[in-house]
Write a protein that binds this ligand. Structure first.
Ligand code: PMP
Length: 319
């Protein structure tokens, strides 16, 4: 019998797109931010979690009670945990130790088994993605594989992108986003191109990531360290398609975290570190001018995932 109301998963997506009224004041075009932190699982990754599971169900690779395994910085794990709970699957998350304890605790509380790996480079068998792939083969688990799975790009091409078009009346001067898997930037990029919109597509990249150099020259830049989570890297994900991207903006940790604080205090947007990176880049793109429409970016996740992180220490005013 059909259920009388849609389940929780129907609340994923259709997030608000709001202007930065204070931080964006005085710029030649508005800066609009898509509030992905308001998804049920607190991040943009809810969209791809449901899309990947829907796709696997349709192609018959999942049976009731199957186990999903994902290499995740945390947010995809939370999204998959929601979907697994609603649809009756088990979930194993493999995450590098650099990721916040808050994310680890949230995943365990949601019933996922969490395996923490060293912060190892992609060539190392102990790297989180290699460990997830090995476990999938060994146990016959379904590797959700957000870095390669085309359902990730498809989710943004068919939901995030069309929502932005509807919310802007089809006027977008530039779309700006960091890339973890690349799903957001690639999916929205295809959607805008298919709609015939000549928007700039800008990668917001942490200083220390090699992806900005890759956008500009085709060769990855040197591998450095940085504290913003979920974006950048020392390897090009299969879901990041260079031909769509027009330029890159490099943003330091200090700039990103200072901007998070401003977003919280000046705009009431309770968001995480990569939102700061995206907004710093979006403001620069807007300030340069020459755009025929607003700059749009995403706020990928929520601040409460980072309470134990050093960058959030000392936010309380001194007594
Ligand atoms: N910000 C955060 C906090 C994330 O977890 C992710 C996903 N890794 C992103 C941004 C980037 O999104 P995408 O994977 O679509 O590139």
């Amino acid at each position: 019998m059909a259920l009388p109301t849609p389940d929780l998963l129907a609340r994923i997506g259709n997030t608000p797109l709001v202007p930065l009224r204070n931080i964006g004041r005085g710029l030649p075009v508005p800066v609009l931010v898509k509030c992905e932190h308001l998804n049920p699982g607190g991040s943009i990754k809810d969209r791809i979690a449901v899309a990947i599971v829907d796709d696997a169900e349709q192609t018959g690779v999942l049976a009731p009670g199957s186990t999903l395994v994902e290499a995740t910085a945390g947010n995809t794990g939370v999204g998959l945990a929601l979907v697994a709970a609603v649809r009756g699957y088990r979930l194993v998350c493999v995450m590098p130790e650099k990721m916040s304890v808050d994310k680890r605790v949230a995943l365990a509380a949601l019933g996922a088994r969490v395996i923490v790996t060293p912060n190892a480079p992609p060539s190392d068998p102990a790297n989180f993605r290699n460990v997830a792939a090995r476990l999938a083969v060994e146990h016959g688990w379904f590797l959700t594989d957000q870095f390669r799975n085309p359902a990730n790009v498809h989710a943004h091409r068919t939901t995030t992108g069309p929502e932005i078009l509807a919310q802007t009346g089809g006027r977008v001067g530039a779309f700006v986003a960091g890339a973890g898997t690349g799903g957001t930037l690639t999916g929205v990029g295809y959607c805008l191109a298919e709609a015939g919109i000549q928007a700039r597509l800008v990668l917001a990249d942490p200083v220390g990531s090699g992806l900005a150099d890759w956008v500009e020259t085709g060769a990855l830049g040197p591998d450095g360290s940085y504290a913003v989570e979920g974006i950048g890297g020392s390897e090009v994900p299969a879901n990041l398609h260079r031909a769509l991207i027009t330029e890159a903006e490099r943003v330091t940790d200090a700039e990103s975290f200072a901007m998070v604080r401003r977003l919280v205090r000046e705009e009431g947007l309770l968001v995480g570190g990569s939102s700061g990176t995206n907004v710093v880049a979006a403001l620069r793109v807007a300030a340069r001018g020459g755009l025929d429409g607003p700059v749009v970016t995403v706020l990928p996740d929520s601040w409460d995932r980072y309470r134990a992180k050093p960058w959030m220490a000392g936010w309380e005013p001194a007594a």
